[in-house]
Design a protein around this ligand. Sequence first.
Ligand SMILES: *[C@@H]1O[C@H](CO)[C@@H](O)[C@H](O)[C@H]1NC(C)=O
Ligand SMILES: *[C@@H]1O[C@H](CO)[C@@H](O)[C@H](O)[C@H]1NC(C)=O
Ligand SMILES: *[C@@H]1O[C@H](CO)[C@@H](O)[C@H](O)[C@H]1NC(C)=O
Ligand SMILES: *[C@@H]1O[C@H](CO)[C@@H](O)[C@H](O)[C@H]1NC(C)=O
Ligand SMILES: *[C@@H]1O[C@H](CO)[C@@H](O)[C@H](O)[C@H]1NC(C)=O
Ligand SMILES: *[C@@H]1O[C@H](CO)[C@@H](O)[C@H](O)[C@H]1NC(C)=O
Ligand SMILES: *[C@@H]1O[C@H](CO)[C@@H](O)[C@H](O)[C@H]1NC(C)=O
Length: 674
Amino acid sequence: MSPASVTLLCHLAVLSLLAHVLLLLPACSAADVDFIYNGFRNAANLSTEDAASVLRGGVLQLTNDTNKIMGHAFYDSAVQMVRDSAVVSFSTAFVFEIVSVSSGGGHGMAFVVAASKTLPGASVDQYLGLMGKDNMGNLSNHVFAVEFDTVQANGLLNEANGNHVGVDLNSLVSNVSEPAAYFADDNGSSNVSVQLESAQPIQTWVDYDGVTKILNVTIAPVNSVPARPRRALISHAVDLIPIFKQEMYVGFSSSTGKLASSHYVLAWSFRTGGAAAEPIDLSRLPKVPKKPAPPPSVSVVIKIVALSCAVTVTAIVAAIGSAIWLRRRAALAETLEEWELDNPHRFPYKELHMATKGFKDSELLGAGGFGQVYRGVLRRTGDVVAVKRISSNGRQGMREFVAEVASLGRMRHRNLVELRGWCKRGQDLLLVYEFMPHGSLDALLFGGGAQSPVLTWEQRSRILRGVASGLVYLHEEWEQVVVHRDVKASNVLLAADMGARLGDFGLARLYEHGADPATTRVVGTLGYMAPELAVTGKATTATDVFAYGALLLEAACGRRPIDPVTGVNLMRWVRDHGVRGDLVHAVDGRLDGCYDKVEARLVLWLGLSCSQARPEARPSMRQVCQYLDGEEAVPEEAVLVFSDVDTVDFGSLTSLTWSSCATMSVGSQRHGGR
Ligand SMILES: *[C@@H]1O[C@H](CO)[C@@H](O)[C@H](O)[C@H]1NC(C)=O
Ligand SMILES: *[C@@H]1O[C@H](CO)[C@@H](O)[C@H](O)[C@H]1NC(C)=O
Ligand SMILES: *[C@@H]1O[C@H](CO)[C@@H](O)[C@H](O)[C@H]1NC(C)=O
Ligand SMILES: *[C@@H]1O[C@H](CO)[C@@H](O)[C@H](O)[C@H]1NC(C)=O
Ligand SMILES: *[C@@H]1O[C@H](CO)[C@@H](O)[C@H](O)[C@H]1NC(C)=O
Ligand SMILES: *[C@@H]1O[C@H](CO)[C@@H](O)[C@H](O)[C@H]1NC(C)=O
Ligand SMILES: *[C@@H]1O[C@H](CO)[C@@H](O)[C@H](O)[C@H]1NC(C)=O
C-alpha cells in the first residue's frame, strides 16, 4: 500500500468515525423528553389515576372537594432522569388552581417525580397523595416533590405556614419550605405573598441543574404577573441522585383529608436536557368549571333571605348589651361564614377599611348615583383593587348588590371585570373588583383635556371587539343567559394593557337558556335603550345588542349617543351621513384621518345595523363578533329598518363608499331587509 492510500484510508476512517459520532448525537439527545400541554383537552400520553380526570373543558382535575380522596396524573412514559450516574437537568412549567368551598380547604397538591406511577403507601390524608405515615422518609420511596400545601400540620412537617411551597425528598418533612410568594423586583428585597387557595391560576416553574445541583422553584399568579419573576422563591442546593432512579415518572399528586379542595392543573410543559421548558401559552388556559347555579330567582331570593337573616342576627346581637356585643362580633363573623356565597370571596370589613385607608377621600376614584369607588391596596397580597361602596338606599341597593355578587361573582372572562369579593357590614355594601388603571372608555373618549392623548383607532377597535366578546359570553356561553341591561361607555373599563372589561352588573338579569325573559322595570341609560323596551318592558339579548350598537357609533364618532347640549341623536346623525355618502365625516375628527377606512365603515354600518327598530333584525352578538373578525361576510343587501317609516337601502356594504350616494327611501315601508 502506498503511503498516499494509507493516508486516504485514515481520512476515510476518521470521516466514518465522525459520521458515527454525528449519527450518535441525535440518538443521545433523543433520550431527552420534551412535551407541552396547553390545556389537557384530548391530551395524549397522559394517564390519570384515582380521583383524577380531564374535564370536558380541558382542565386536569386531581381532586374535587370531596373529603378523603386522592388523585394522580402522570406523563405516560418513563423519563430518563439519570445519565452517566448524574441527574439530568430538567425544567417544568405549569399552571395550577386550587378552589375551596370554605376558607381553609385541604390539603394541597404537588409536582412529583417518582419511580413508579403507583406511589407506595400513599394515603388519603395530609400527605398530598405522595406517601403515607408508615413510609414517611423511607429511602426506598424514590419520591421527589414540590408541594403546594394549604394546611399547616401541627408544625411537624417543617412547614413555613398554612400556605407554603416546599421541596420534599422521600418525605413530607420538607427539605426546604417557604411561604408562597414571588419577588417583584430583581434584587428581591421584598416579596409579595401569593394565596395558593385563591381560586386563581398560579404559574410555577421548577428548574434543576444537574451540574450545579441547584433546584429553583418560582411561582406567580397568572392574572397579575404573567411573566416569570427574575428571582426564584426557592433556590436550593440539593443532590437528587439518592432519590432518582434511571427511569422516573413525572406528574402531579393531590389528596384531601378532613379538609377538602378542588385541585386543578390547567397547563403543563416539561423538558429534560438543560433547556428551559417551553413557555405556557397563557391565552389558551382552560377555565376551571364553576359550580352549576340554581335557578336565579330562587337563588337570589335565598341569598336575599340569607343576607337579611344576617342583618336580623346582627340586630339581635346588637340588642344584647354592648360589652357582650363587642365580644360577640368576632363570633358573629364566624357564623356568617356559613352564609357566605361560595364565590367570590367575602372580605372582612377591617381588611377593606385598611385597604382604602378608612375610605379616605384621597383614595376616591369616582362617585355616582350608586355610591363611591375607592382605590385600595390589600395588605395580604399587595394587590391593588377598586372597592365600590353602594349607598344602600333600602331594598334597591341590596338587590343590585346581590345581583352583582350572584352573577358577576361566578363568571370569568377576560372582557368582564373581575369581582374579587364582597363585604356587607350594616348599611355598608362593598364590592371588590380588580383595579382598572385606565378608568372608563367614557372618560377616555370625552373626559380628556386638550393635553390627554386621543384614543387611537386601533385601541378603539380592540376595545369594541373585547366588549363584543364579553357580551357573547354573557348571552351564549355562560350557564345562564345574562342580559347586562346597562352596556354603555362608562361601564367599559380599561385594564393596564388597554384591554376592555365590561363592568357594573348591578342591573343584570339572569334567565335560563331558552326561557322567556320576565318583564321588569325599564332601566338603562337614555340613548342606549332599545325602542321596544318601552313597549314590552322585556330586557333581552337584543336590547343589549342595541346598546352595543350605540357604543360602536359612540367610539367610532367620539360623540355621545344623545348629545347632552344639542340633543342630537347619534344614530340618526350617522345614518344621515351614510345616506349622503359622507360617512367619512362621521368618524371622530380627532383621529385626523388616522384609521383603517374599511374597518371604520364596517363599524359604522354595524352600529347602524344593531340600532334597528325590530329586535329580530339586529345581528346577535356572536354575529357581531364574526363581522368584526371578518369571519362572516356582511350581507349582500344592506337594507336597514330604523322604524316603520324609516328604511334605508344602503346597497351592499362593499359598495357603501365614503363619497358615493346611497339610495334613500324614507317612508317606503320596505321590510324583510335581512
Ligand atoms: C405521545 O407519545 C408519542 C410517542 O412517544 C409521541 O410521538 C407523541 O408526540 C406524544 N404526544 C404528545 C402530545 O406528547
Ligand atoms: C368527586 O370525586 C369522587 C372520586 O372520584 C367521586 O366519587 C365523586 O362522585 C365526585 N364528586 C362530585 C361532586 O363530582
Ligand atoms: C421501607 O420500605 C420498604 C419497602 O416498602 C420496607 O421493606 C422497609 O422495611 C421500609 N423501611 C423502613 C425503615 O420502614
Ligand atoms: C435536606 O437534604 C439534605 C440532603 O440532600 C440534608 O443534608 C439536609 O439535612 C436536609 N434538610 C432538611 C431540613 O431536611
Ligand atoms: C433593586 O435594584 C434596582 C436596580 O436593579 C435599584 O434601582 C433598586 O433601588 C433596588 N432596590 C432595593 C430595595 O435595593
Ligand atoms: C417573604 O417575606 C416574608 C415576610 O417578610 C418572610 O417571612 C419570608 O421569609 C420571605 N420569603 C423569602 C423567600 O424570602
Ligand atoms: C437558579 O437560580 C439561580 C439564582 O437566581 C441562578 O443563578 C441559576 O441559573 C438558576 N438555575 C436554574 C436551573 O434555573
